[in-house]
Design a protein around this ligand. Structure first.
Ligand code: NAD
Length: 436
């Protein structure tokens, strides 16, 4: 089957490469010429473990190619996926559908055969109807069906998630759409990945409901962490204790500096906007968004406290280990590190940082931070070292070396990756999240 993937970012490129690996004939399209040039040279525009090899193998096998020309790429394609960005619209928090609508129009104007147009981007309820209207408006004479197929992959584990998904959700309004989608995902049927067919609007809402629920889980355990600190309990044990209950489950119960990334912040906000538009308030999600927002700066204040308070912190140096919103990605969108760095810099703290993959994208977002070649360079002369992202590289720091290089043995572990007794035994003043 021929598939066109419009948008070759985290989702489009991973999905396109995986579909090619299933045996489909895939063309990935992007309007960013430099991205396509780099892909032609075998250079990945994003960091995602295993992606370079997957792309290389499928390009070599002749199943995967890249272009900036949508018209050429969609010719003969049975399925045309839209995987462009849907960021928060400036000012009001609604999902910005400019890119999705532009692609819909371009697809409609260039359809050269019957096709299913599949929205993989995360889009508010009703977007499929609008995409259908826009394509219809172009006057195309070809049969088309607009389907919703939200993506649930996680950056950093994207290929595994795509190839072995917990479920595939397909929102289709007719048999043409459903049949083509069955064909697209046939290799996964064989793997027995559960597939859920719903209406298009239901499918669109499932994606937002899933992200809002996960964001709620994280925010809930973060609040429990704060309470643990006050009452002298251990949040990791609380998480374990509740997570062993199958109705709750152990995942997404890691206390930390608050959720970030390219999805949860914008999707929770967009859900609030949809709820508002339909006069059906979602108070729980409202509270989650607010609580998470204030948490990021609160983590900055936690570091100031570890330095002896805001007064004492002025002019001191802090090393930030990890900047991306989670490990194994270079994605800096809405990372908690941005607000933490800002809070510290506002308090007159000098900042040095190291991140294995995120520094290039982080640099313009935090110009006040000196980027370093490795964690130890960042730690040199630091009055406090802060673990912001739990990259493996930070899980086994040479604590003796850290003590020697740092100006003061102060470790703030915002991801709870160390055992308090070990770090304290190594002579550190140690602060973590929700544990004494
Ligand atoms: P991204 O910004 O990494 O990629 C989007 C790409 O689309 C960019 O390369 C951009 O140049 C391209 N593009 C924009 N307009 C175009 C056009 N008219 N023609 C061709 N290309 C165009 O975004 P992403 O992280 O891949 O997210 C894409 C969508 O998937 C979003 O709706 C997002 O919410 C959703 N999603 C993302 C993730 C994730 O982990 N990143 C997971 C699930 C769902």
């Amino acid at each position: 089957m021929k598939i066109a993937m419009v948008g070759s970012g985290y989702v489009g490129l991973v999905s396109g490469a995986c579909f090619a690996d299933f045996g489909h004939d895939v063309v990935c399209i992007d309007k960013d010429q430099s991205k396509i040039d780099r892909l032609h040279d075998g250079i990945m525009p994003i960091y995602e473990p295993g992606l370079d090899a997957l792309v290389e193998n499928n390009v070599r096998a002749g199943r995967l190619s890249f272009t900036t020309s949508l018209a050429e790429a969609i010719a003969d394609a049975s399925a045309i996926f839209i995987a462009v960005g849907t960021p928060s619209r400036r000012g009001d928090g609604h999902a910005d559908l400019t890119f999705v609508h532009a692609v819909a129009r371009e697809v409609g104007e260039n359809l050269s055969g019957d096709a299913v147009i599949v929205t993989k981007s995360t889009v508010p309820v009703g977007t499929g109807d609008e995409v259908e209207r826009i394509i219809g408006e172009t006057g195309t004479s070809h049969r088309f069906s607009v389907v919703s197929n939200p993506e649930f992959l996680r950056e950093g584990a994207a290929i595994g998630d795509f190839k072995r998904p917990d479920r595939i959700v397909i929102g289709a309004e007719d048999d043409f759409g459903r049949d083509i989608m069955r064909e697209v995902y046939r290799p996964l049927f064989l793997n027995e990945s559960p597939i859920l067919f719903t209406s298009r609007r239901t499918s669109e809402l499932i994606k937002y409901a899933a992200n809002a629920f996960l964001a709620t889980k994280i925010t809930f355990i973060n609040e429990m962490a704060d309470l643990c600190e006050k009452v002298g309990a251990n949040v990791q044990d609380v998480a374990r204790g509740i997570g062993m209950d199958n109705r709750i489950g152990p995942k997404f119960l890691h206390a930390g500096p608050g959720y970030g990334g390219s999805c949860f912040p914008k999707d929770t906000l967009a859900l609030l906007k949809t709820a508002e538009d339909y006069d059906s308030p979602t108070r729980i999600v409202e509270a989650v968004v607010k609580t998470n927002d204030s948490r990021k700066r609160a983590m900055g204040r936690k570091v100031l406290e570890a330095l002896g308070g805001a007064e004492a912190a002025r002019g001191r140096k802090v090393a930030l280990l990890g900047l991306t919103f989670k490990p194994n990605t270079d994605d800096m969108r809405d990372s908690p590190s941005i607000a933490i760095a800002q809070t510290l810099s506002d308090a007159g703290v000098e900042l040095a940082a190291f991140d294995p993959e995120g520094m290039e994208l982080a640099r313009p977002l935090m110009p006040e931070v000196t980027m370093c070649a490795d964690p130890y360079e960042a730690i040199t002369g630091a009055d406090a070292t802060v673990i912001v992202t739990e990259w493996d590289a930070f899980r086994a720091l040479d604590l003796k070396r850290v003590r020697e290089l740092a100006n003061a043995p102060v470790l703030v572990d915002l991801r709870n990756i160390y055992h308090p007794e070990d770090v304290r035994a190594a002579g550190f003043a140690y602060t973590s999240v929700g544990r004494l």
